[in-house]
Design a protein around this ligand. Structure first.
Ligand code: GRG
Length: 309
């Protein structure tokens, strides 16, 4: 008999395990719309089940796992967050927003269906998220369910992602009566912290809530999530400049075409890469206190920084 420990799960395997579990759960909960409208359900499925890295659910599941919460217990909160993310992509692709034809290598929802159906599919995914968090399966403690609902609402709404999207449109000069703010690093950082950072931070905050993290543990996870949120956006800006539309699964070069200020434009490609490396180090350091339990989350920071799609 040997006393060797089983090999640690690789990041790729962990991402695949979470993605599979979330897809099964999304499939199950989206079916609730079917008795009312098969078309709505199909559009929601198109939005939520046609690929995606499932990074946010992975972060919920792995943050909760730091505290010994098993994946099935974290799955409702993880699925809820992915519902909000998928809604945001559907609405972001609409003609009134980014007007994109391609997402995750597929036609966008308004292209595959129509604009009204896409708006409603996004609305239905957003509201489904809160339904999932309000259900007892999200957490046995009603106070924790309320905290999950409140935190997701803040992260997704006007003081979070939607607010960031508004700043982004303003930065493009989309509001004739509001002028166009001069691009600077702190303005871009604030916009991105809200637009894309808020949901990534919420992923780790949800894991901390599910795991009954101490204030110090929650603060460490918060620092980690801030670092990966920034890294995610810089990587996204680099992909917009250097990425290949087929690999990325959506149009690239749109930021410069829209005259948008980005980290890459403000820091240069080399500066952006240096900043990425710093952020990966910060993310690692933030979780040092969790020891080897945090290995997957630490590896995820590098994955986010170096992603190709
Ligand atoms: C319209 C309410 C509303 C909000 C839109 C998040 C957002 C705000 C828009 C998304 C547009 C976009 C492409 C932003 C860049 C960063 C981002 C969120 C990319 C997509 O996230 P990934 O890479 O996507 O995690 P997958 O497909 O893997 O899920």
């Amino acid at each position: 008999m040997t006393d060797t420990a089983p090999p640690a799960e690789t990041l790729a395997d962990a991402l695949a395990r979470c993605a599979e579990a979330v897809a099964v759960e999304l499939d199950r909960v989206i079916a609730r719309a079917q008795p009312v409208s098969d078309r709505l359900m199909r559009a929601m499925r198109h939005a939520a089940l046609a690929g995606g890295k499932r990074l946010r659910p992975f972060l919920v599941i792995e943050s909760a796992a730091l505290f010994g919460v098993p994946m099935p217990r974290a799955l409702p909160a993880a699925t809820a967050l992915e519902c909000v993310h998928c809604y945001s992509l559907v609405h972001d692709d609409l003609p009134a927003m980014d007007n994109d034809d391609l997402r995750r290598g597929q036609p966008t929802v308004h292209r595959a269906y129509d604009e009204a159906t896409a708006i409603l599919a996004g609305d239905a995914l957003l509201t489904l998220a809160f339904e999932l968090l309000a259900e007892p399966a999200a957490d046995p403690d009603p106070a924790v369910r309320i905290a999950l609902v409140a935190a997701l609402a803040r992260a997704a709404g006007g003081e979070g992602m939607v607010g960031g999207q508004m700043l982004d449109l303003a930065a493009e000069g989309r509001f004739a009566d509001a002028g166009r703010p001069a691009p600077d690093l702190s303005g871009v950082a604030r916009l991105q912290e809200l637009k894309t950072g808020a949901l990534l931070r919420q992923a780790c905050a949800a894991g901390a809530l599910l795991g009954r993290a101490s204030p110090a543990e929650a603060a460490d996870l918060h620092s980690y999530s801030q670092a990966i949120g920034r890294a995610f956006q810089i990587a996204d800006d680099l992909l917009d400049v250097e990425g290949d539309a087929v690999a990325v699964g959506k149009a690239v070069g749109k930021d410069s075409a829209a005259g948008k200020a980005t980290f890459v434009e403000l820091l240069g490609v080399a500066g952006a890469r240096a900043e990425l490396a710093k952020l990966v180090e910060q993310a690692h350091a933030a979780l040092a206190g969790f020891g080897t339990r945090a290995t997957l989350l630490q590896e995820a920071a590098r994955f986010i920084a170096e992603r190709r799609n």
